[in-house]
Write a protein that binds this ligand. Structure first.
Ligand code: AMP
Ligand code: MN
Ligand code: MN
Ligand code: MN
Length: 291
């Protein structure tokens, strides 16, 4: 049985392992098809592609940060043309705003007596993979590690709870694209996409992505819903499987592995081969990468 995991992160964004190491771990976990979906960047795809063993398939992808009514809505996107001008321009804007927002959070932390420095956060975000400098994505997990280092939190989770979680004392919001527009952009770039962890929309929506938004995203070309995700409980998975069936899109399942950050869990949830085939059938941007 082909094992397919459609959501994973490397150190090019906020994962703990290099792209090549992610492939190694995926092989060890018995995965045959893996999508590398770093936040707002495809900067890790080339080096992941170089690390593929024979018989392994890499799905080039990315997790696009979107926002709706004060909550983050994430879109796992696949097989789009990374040079599509509209998409490239959005991604640059998103990444650059991620950097200014992280800097703003450093200021807020310092003003509250937490001695983190911007230099150190940059170092953590870029450590060990300078070759991707342009494409690296800075995220709150990097900031969280800096907070832990200076002793203002016990661990990354605690740093989110105390300081930088949505609405926390050092939280700053950032630019993110409208979810419907994001689907349109990915489709215009020849890609396909699935709504990531719909029961985990951090922020004002209190977790769940509203159905009216999902319906509009489907109309715009959303092909799947990630009903199976490690952070969803049984009831949430069941609910979102039902929504996918009602709206006529496929169910995807993925680990959303971040290496050591989430605990290694590649393959913890998987996507059925038929669902994968149906999801990627309309893609015209770039082909699957086979080892
Ligand atoms: P950002 O993309 O900078 O907004 O940060 C969001 C990322 O932080 C997510 O992709 C997760 O990897 C991680 N994250 C979000 N909430 C938490 C949390 N409560 N504890 C640990 N990591 C989290
Ligand atoms: Mn992440
Ligand atoms: Mn996400
Ligand atoms: Mn993710």
């Amino acid at each position: 049985m082909t094992r397919i995991d459609l959501h994973s992160h490397s150190s090019v964004s906020d994962g703990g392992d290099s792209p090549a190491e992610v492939i190694e771990y995926a092989v060890a976990a018995g995965i045959d098809v893996l999508a590398l979906t770093d936040h707002d960047t495809v900067g890790g795809i080339a080096s992941a592609a170089e690390a593929l063993p024979p018989g392994f398939t890499l799905v080039p992808g990315m997790e696009l940060s979107c926002a709706y009514r004060g909550s983050s809505v994430h879109l796992v996107s696949y097989l789009f043309d990374p040079d599509h001008p509209g998409l490239t321009e959005e991604l640059r804007r998103v990444r650059s705003d991620r950097a200014s927002r992280a800097e703003e959070m450093v200021h807020k932390l310092r003003a509250q007596g937490v001695d983190v420095t911007w230099e150190r956060v940059l170092e953590i975000a870029g450590a060990g993979h300078e070759e991707y400098a342009d494409a690296n994505t800075i995220g709150r997990p990097h900031l969280a590690r800096a907070i832990v280092e200076v002793g203002a939190a016990r661990n990354v989770q605690d740093a989110f709870d105390r300081w930088i979680g949505s609405g926390g004392p050092a939280y700053a919001s950032r630019y993110a694209i409208d979810p419907v527009r994001a689907v349109e952009l990915v489709r215009a770039a020849g890609g396909v996409c699935s709504l990531a962890h719909p029961a985990r929309a951090e922020g004002a929506l209190n977790g769940e992505v509203p159905l009216e938004l999902v319906e509009r995203m489907v109309t715009a070309g959303l092909g799947g819903i990630e009903a199976d995700h490690p952070s969803h409980n049984r009831e949430q998975s069941r609910h979102w499987r039902g929504v996918a069936a009602d709206l006529g899109v496929v169910v995807t399942g993925s680990s959303d592995d971040h290496g050591s950050l989430t605990g290694h869990r590649l393959g913890a949830r998987t996507t059925a081969p038929e669902a994968f085939e149906e999801l990627v059938a309309p893609a015209t941007g770039v082909p699957l990468i086979r080892g």
